[in-house]
Design a protein around this ligand. Structure first.
Ligand code: 13P
Length: 339
């Protein structure tokens, strides 16, 4: 394991003012999102939308890395250049989603386990040769009646650590993503407790499997009430509970935390991150973003617009959200800048 390379890559991904763009929606998810805005899905439709996004001017000041899906890392920009090469040439690290999705966990109705370990070592070797320098694996922890079970948390933690150690052996920084979902009517305290339990289990497995924490990044949910909960908490409370939870349950030598947006509104995702970066709380890790929807939702709507200018409009929307989140890295975002 090349610890020096891993640490350098991890630090670069969370360098000041920058974060990660998650553009690694699986073919199924991306097709659904295109269809939802009226575009017929196809490999070319997915390529054209993303190539336009990746050609946006200047976003490298806000984006240190882009997570790609297997289809996309093999695709080309409009000028024929391979997508990972184009990103690298602009100082953006290409990343790759290496899990193959979630499946029902046997004997545990309502719980999921993420698949994709088979053949992972060889796939990582190939992705590294294609220019990838980091990877992502998403585990999903739902909250409901009797859910999550200890088993559900522990199998996902085990698999996350297996993934992380294989990636590190192959020179890829693992983004470790145990996502506690916002679906449901649970309150913020329940989200706090489940997130805490999930983080403890994940880092215990990482320790047991010798994952090199300074060469890893964590991609967690924020601590937030379920979408269906009657008692929603304020942005300030989300920021405070999230930092408290992370401070109590994340190792000190982790270089960075890159949040997922998980269905929050674009502005909430930015405001929460901004608040966390203005707090007095002492914490050793960088607090940054690895947003999918919160960076892309408006860009996708603009792409589907009827005008001949839809490519430029999509880039403007993406550029704006990237800039807003970049400012949130240092607590310099404010609501007026959204106008
Ligand atoms: P969202 O920010 O849309 O939750 O996506 C991030 C991600 O990559 C989930 O795996």
């Amino acid at each position: 394991m090349d610890k020096e390379l891993l640490e350098r890559t991890a630090r670069e991904l969370v360098s000041p003012g920058r974060g990660v763009l998650a553009a690694d929606e699986s073919n199924g998810t991306m097709s659904n999102r295109l269809q939802a805005v009226g575009i017929a899905p196809s490999p070319e439709a997915r390529r054209a939308y993303r190539a336009n996004l990746f050609a946006t001017e200047g976003y490298e000041s806000a984006v240190s890395g882009v997570i790609l899906f297997d289809e996309t890392i093999r695709q080309h920009m409009d000028d024929g250049a391979p997508i990972p090469e184009t990103l690298s040439s602009r100082g953006i690290l290409p990343g790759i989603k290496v899990d193959t999705g979630t499946k029902e966990m046997p004997h545990h109705p309502g719980e999921k386990v993420t698949e994709g370990l088979d053949g992972l070592r060889d796939r990582c070797t190939e992705y590294f040769a294609m220019g990838a320098r980091f990877a992502k694996w998403r585990a999903v922890i739902g909250i409901g009646d009797g859910i999550p079970s200890e088993d559900g948390i522990s199998v996902n933690a085990h698999v996350l650590a297996r993934y992380a150690s294989i990636c590190q052996e192959q020179g890829l920084v693992p983004i470790i993503e145990p996502e506690v979902l916002m679906d449901g009517s649970h309150d913020a305290q329940r989200c706090f407790d489940v997130t805490a339990q999930t983080l403890d289990a994940t880092f215990a497995e990482c320790a047991a499997q010798d994952v090199h924490i300074p060469g890893s990044l964590l991609k967690p949910n924020m601590v937030i009430a379920g979408k269906g909960c009657e008692t929603q908490i304020s942005r300030e409370e989300v920021a405070q509970l999230t930092v408290d939870c992370l401070t109590q349950h994340v190792p000190q030598d982790l270089p960075g935390i890159v949040f997922l947006s998980g269905g929050q509104s674009d502005e909430d995702a930015t405001a929460h991150l901004n608040l966390m970066n203005t707090m007095d709380a002492e914490h050793p890790w960088q607090l940054s973003y690895s947003y999918g929807r919160a960076l892309q939702s408006q860009a996708l709507r603009e792409w589907a617009g009827a005008g001949i200018d839809s490519g430029a409009a999509s880039q403007r929307a993406f550029s704006h959200r990237a800039k807003m989140n970049s400012l949130a890295r240092s607590g310099d975002w404010s609501e007026e800048l959204e106008a």
